[in-house]
Design a protein around this ligand. Structure first.
Ligand code: OAD
Length: 228
C-alpha cells in the first residue's frame, strides 16, 4: 500500500513547537510578512536571521512525540511504502526515525548561500553573517520557503500523490497552497483520503474520513489500524 502523509504544525504542537495560526495571525509575536517573506528579509535581515536562529536553537529543547514516532513505525511496516511530505521546518520526523521525508517548506537546520546557490547543513546562528563554507562569501539565508517562493520538490510530490492508495493530512489548517490542494489531487487520482486534526479545517469536507483529536492520539490510533 502506498501512503502519502502531509504534516503541518499541529503534529509538532504537543512537542512544544508553536503553530502559526493560533494567535491572531501573529507568529511568536511577529507579523508573518516581517519574518516569512523575501521582502521582510530585505527590509530587516538581522531581525529575520535572529528570528530563525532562535527557532533553530530551540529545536534542542523539544522532542518528537507519539505522532512522529507512529509515522516512523508506519514507514517500517511490511507492505507499506510511506512518504512524509511536511510543511514543518523542524527536524522531529527525522529524529523520530522517519527516513522518507520531503521538507516542502525548507528546514531550520539548513542554510542557503545566495552567492553560490549551495545549501549546507547548519546548526549555528546566521545573524553573525558567517562566511559560506563553500564560496566564503558571507551571504547565507535561512533555507526556508517564504511566502511568494516556490515550495521544494513539487514534481516529486505530485508523482507520489498520483500513485498514492491513501492520502492523510495531519495537523494542518489547510490554509496555505499548494499543500492545501494535495487532497484534491490524491482524491482525483483514486486515493482514499483521511484528515487527522485537532479541529475541522478549511478542507475537511473534501476528505473521505475526518478524525478530530490531538495528533498523539489520533495518529497513533490510525497507524495501529493500518498495521494491525
Ligand atoms: P497552522 O498553524 O496554520 O495550523 C495548525 C493546525 O494544527 C490547526 O488546524 C490546528 O487546529 C491543528 N492543531 C493544533 N494542535 C494540534 C494537535 N495537538 N494535534 C493535531 N492538530 C493540532 O499550521 P500549518 O497548517 O502547518 O509556511 O501552516 C502551513 C504553513 O503556513 C506553514 O508551513 C508555514 C505557514 O506560513 C511557511 O513557513 C512557508
Amino acid at each position: 500500500m502506498r501512503i502519502v502523509v502531509l504534516t503541518g504544525a499541529g503534529i509538532s504542537a504537543e512537542s512544544g513547537v508553536a503553530t502559526f495560526r493560533d494567535a491572531d495571525g501573529l507568529w511568536e509575536g511577529h507579523d508573518v510578512t516581517q519574518v516569512a517573506t523575501p521582502e521582510g528579509f530585505a527590509a530587516d535581515p538581522d531581525l529575520v536571521q535572529r528570528f530563525y536562529d532562535e527557532r533553530r536553537s530551540s529545536l534542542a529543547t523539544v522532542e518528537p512525540n507519539a505522532a512522529h514516532r507512529a509515522l516512523a513505525h508506519l514507514e517500517s511496516a511490511d507492505g507499506i511504502e510511506l512518504t512524509v511530505v511536511t510543511q514543518n521546518v523542524d527536524d522531529l520526523h527525522e529524529r523520530a526515525g522517519s527516513r522518507n521525508v520531503i521538507h516542502m517548506h525548507g528546514q531550520l537546520r539548513s542554510a542557503w548561500c545566495l552567492a553560490c546557490d549551495e545549501r549546507f547543513a547548519w546548526d549555528v546562528p546566521l545573524a553573525t553573517n558567517p562566511a559560506c563554507p563553500g564560496c566564503a562569501v558571507p551571504n547565507l539565508r535561512p533555507d526556508i520557503v517564504w511566502f511568494g517562493e516556490i515550495p521544494y520538490e513539487m514534481e516529486r510530490i505530485q508523482q507520489e500523490l498520483l500513485r498514492a492508495d491513501v492520502f492523510a493530512s495531519i495537523g494542518t489548517s489547510s490554509e496555505v497552497y499548494p499543500a492545501a490542494g494535495f487532497v484534491a489531487i490524491a482524491a482525483d487520482a483514486g486515493a482514499r483520503t483521511v484528515e487527522l486534526n485537532l479541529r475541522r479545517s478549511r478542507m475537511s469536507a473534501v476528505f473521505d474520513d475526518v478524525r478530530q483529536g490531538p495528533a498523539t492520539k489520533v495518529v497513533s490510533e490510525w497507524v495501529a489500524e493500518l498495521t494491525a
